[in-house]
Ligand binder design. Sequence first.
Ligand code: ADP
Ligand code: ZN
Length: 743
Amino acid sequence: MAPNDATLTPPERANSAARIAVLLPLAIDTVYDYLTTDAKSVPEGTFVRVPLGSRKVTGVVWRHVGDEEKSELARSKLKHIGAILPVPAMPKSLRELVEWVAEYTLAKRGAVLRMAMSVPSALEPAKMRTAYVAVEDAPKCLTPARKRVLNVLADGLPRGATELAREASVGAGVVRALAKAGTLHQVMLPAWSAPKPPDWRLPRADLSADQHTAAHHLAARVEAAEFSVTLLDGVTGSGKTEVYFEAVAKALELGRQVIVLLPEIALSAQWLKRFRASFGTAPPVWHSELGQRIRRETWRAVAAGEVRIVVGARSALWLPFSKLGLIIVDEEHDGAFKQEDGVIYHARDMAVMRARLTKCPLVLSSATPSLESLTNVKAGRYAGLHLPDRHGGAQLPAIETVDMRSDPPPRGAWISPPLRDALTECFAAGQQAVLFLNRRGYAPLTLCRACGHRLNCPNCSAWLVLHRFTETLTCHHCGYFRRPPEVCPECEALGRMATCGPGVERIAEEAAALFPNITREIVTSDTVTGPGEAADFIARIENLEIDLVIGTQIIAKGHHFPLLTLVGVVDADLGLAGGDLRAAERTYQLLHQVAGRAGRAQHAGRVLLQTYIPDHPVMSALSSGKREDFLAREAEARELHGQPPTGRLAAVILSGRNEAIVANTALALARLARGNLPAEGGMEVFGPAPAPLALLRGRYRYRLLIKCSRAHMPQRWLRRWLGALKAPSRVSLRVDVDPYSFN
Ligand code: ADP
Ligand code: ZN
């Protein structure tokens, strides 16, 4: 440990020492004060080791505390900081983001900081490796093998022993012997070298006039180096990616760093391929499932400014970029940007904040922008760019509804005659099709035909989903599983258990019976669990090894398959059930995205939506292509009810193992809130009510909803109420500001 790391602080040393406040990446809100004798070496943002009880913890110097500031802890009680870690200080804008996100989400500052310090080992000194260079006065008379080694090193670049032996086609012993003889010289190099930087000088796509105008606008924003938000709103296949690549190129040219956020990083294979085609190399990827080593090196390289662009999931927002010049949020409407556990935040919204604090432009890209973003464009807070046409003259697919009341599928089947005919035609033409159903497994419900008993999860208020491939009944919430019973657990009737409703596995079974000669594949989060599998399956579709894909929303996103011409939506009404305020908007977005997979190249695309409510505004908006009417109605309805984006929402979810205690605490909170509302009005408290998922992982759940006008910040009030609430420790409270999930 460093010399100034003293657990016992002699009073004379304490007197000359300066006081600094350190924030630790723990679930705490307060900063802890420490002493240092060398304040100049620990500017704000420095990563330091500090004693905490009997432990040593790494934290960030949050601020320097003036002598005149009063503090509860007497100076003589304070401990000295330990080692100063050899990494660049956390940029000011990132520290401000930590503060801001904690303030906004009511999370503890330390918990937010932890997201920005997600790779503790990145803060340790870099590992070094041994490499070799040739000495200048190497002997002339050498064996051919030894000569080859020296020839390889003639370019002056140091190489590790293995690498050197391989390049020179010699055994490792030759390199060792040369080193021993003093002909090779050892040098130490960092264990990892930064990846090849992307080359913005390479020729990229020839842009159409519309694309060019949009790209020019974005590049100008990058050049301006000021905070701005631009919504790039273009139909699927209009070339939004090519357009924002121009902004990326401009940022790279100016020596700045770029973050690209994608909602489903497991499916980034095609994106990476296109980036490589445009810039000569693929950027590092960032998500939570990467190995520790690659995360450590990427984190360090970002901090050192060696990595110029990272593409990642929402957690990439927390990387320590110090020269950030552009943030892009692709598929900005996507719900996956909302983090639902730990610190509950929306990565798109926090990206706006990071751009603001960094003073850099942000680009939101989508074919189906969120009502929030569209409202911001309308209000003039965001700039809007529009790409109305598909690139290369490709037509948007024709979307038709199939009225399931007049064209029902045969009994026990789910594919209607019109969809079956369309599939037949598609396969006959040698083209590919997608059957979309946002439901994993075989059947969502198993019940007893004798007594009506439904098989529920013992830990959750949810049905068990039958998965045929694994022959299990599984809970999609907690992972509980069991073998399907032969006997009803309730009435003990034998052989009366029946499955209800379809999942993708059942649709695959039906398709197999209808089209025995075509190749099929089921694509869900069960089958595609990482970037490897995703790349694999994409390659098989591209190589035409798969005729029919049966999949969940995982197939809705971003892909471009030229021969895919038919999309059949098995149950277009599925997302409209339930009381979610965004149900219609989300269903529209999802179905539009799925539809967008069809006919992206020279062959026209066709989309069939199987629905029982063909007159529903979502279905008519999709089939008529009149998005604006639908959005206008949606916005009007939200405004009428004070829902977002007109009003603000915040939810409190209380949970615990004892239902009565949870319910009583929820009631107490509601009472506190109602007795302490803003005098001027404009805020309402709904509930408490048992959550739709009333039991989750063995915990009872109650919800409260706060709705207010945009003039109010619900956070301030929530803090007040929660501060006054005496909640038993057995009840846990989660605050969800701007909730997207109402389960
Ligand atoms: P979007 O993101 O808007 O759905 P993409 O950027 O994926 O659209 O573009 C769709 C397809 O069209 C991609 O294969 C892309 O490479 C191609 N494309 C778009 N614009 C151009 C262009 N100007 N020149 C060549 N190809 C283009
Ligand atoms: Zn469960």
